[in-house]
Design a protein around this ligand. Structure first.
Ligand code: BG6
Length: 247
């Protein structure tokens, strides 16, 4: 057994990926901004208002891709036909816009690579040494490749990603379904599992699922909002937990 990494009774850790383990949240935000700004320029014309970080946090962050498209466009009074998962990125459908964003994301990732947060790697090592089970629970359909590119797959016993969510028809965050599936895959009940999340929709999902410990990871100075949406504690880096500040 290694050092104490979580409160008594926690046997499983469920990590969100983008923004918690890897710095890819900023890359997602950049890809969404590129996509939505081009879309809005065309649709709002002289009434054009750019996609902001606040829009990202409120309507897109942490949610499955198509939910992000729907939620944000609804906030601007725009409804698109649904289309289908294989729509070309040129299609003005929910899935077409989502696929446009995915092309932009893959280009950004190819250019800049994927970096794990050093504090998160330290925490994953400590969790492994303490004998706790690890799942990654991400809305991203790119979850497996991002984990591999970051060199983090070796820590992970179960992965619930956007592809699994689609296949099993799970409701996306802020609903708790994907985290519940992660806990189940590790043989833990919610009270025995900790959730680590940087997105408001994610901590909300952790609270809704009745998980034993919900840790908000604040990379963008919105600690109060993370608490208000259900985080038990908020850290700015996972290594802070090892420094004894919390459990
Ligand atoms: O488009 P992807 O890779 O399937 O990701 C879906 C969502 O995954 C989440 O992890 C990100 O926080 C969101 O920004 C992103 O939109």
């Amino acid at each position: 057994m290694g050092q104490r990494v979580a409160p008594e009774g926690i046997t499983a850790c469920l990590f969100d990926l983008d923004g918690v383990l890897t710095s890819t949240a900023a890359q997602h935000m950049a890809a969404w901004k590129q996509t939505f700004d081009a879309f809005l320029r065309e649709h709002e014309r002289e009434r054009f208002r750019p996609f902001t970080e606040t829009d990202y946090v409120e309507y897109v962050d942490g949610r499955p891709r198509a939910d992000g498209v729907r939620q944000f466009l609804a906030s601007r009074g725009i409804t698109l036909p649904e289309g289908g998962h294989d729509d070309p990125p040129t299609a003005d459908t929910v899935y077409g816009v989502g696929n446009r964003k995915n092309d932009a994301l893959l280009k950004i990732i190819q250019e800049h690579g994927v970096t794990p947060y050093p504090g998160s790697v330290r925490y994953l090592e400590a969790v492994r040494d303490a004998g706790l089970a690890v799942a990654v629970v991400t809305s991203s359909e790119n979850g497996a490749s991002v984990l591999d590119a970051a060199g983090l797959s070796r820590f992970v016993q179960a992965r619930i990603d956007g592809l699994v969510i689609n296949r099993q028809k799970l409701r996306g965050k802020p609903e708790p379904d994907s985290f519940l599936a992660g806990a189940k895959a590790l043989g833990a009940n919610p009270a025995q599992a900790a959730v680590f999340e940087d997105a408001l929709a994610g901590v909300q999902a952790g609270r809704a699922g009745g998980f034993g410990w919900v840790v908000g990871v604040d990379r963008t100075h919105h600690a109060d909002e993370l608490r208000a949406h259900g985080a038990d504690i908020v850290v700015s880096d996972l290594a802070e937990i090892l420094e004894g500040v919390t459990p």
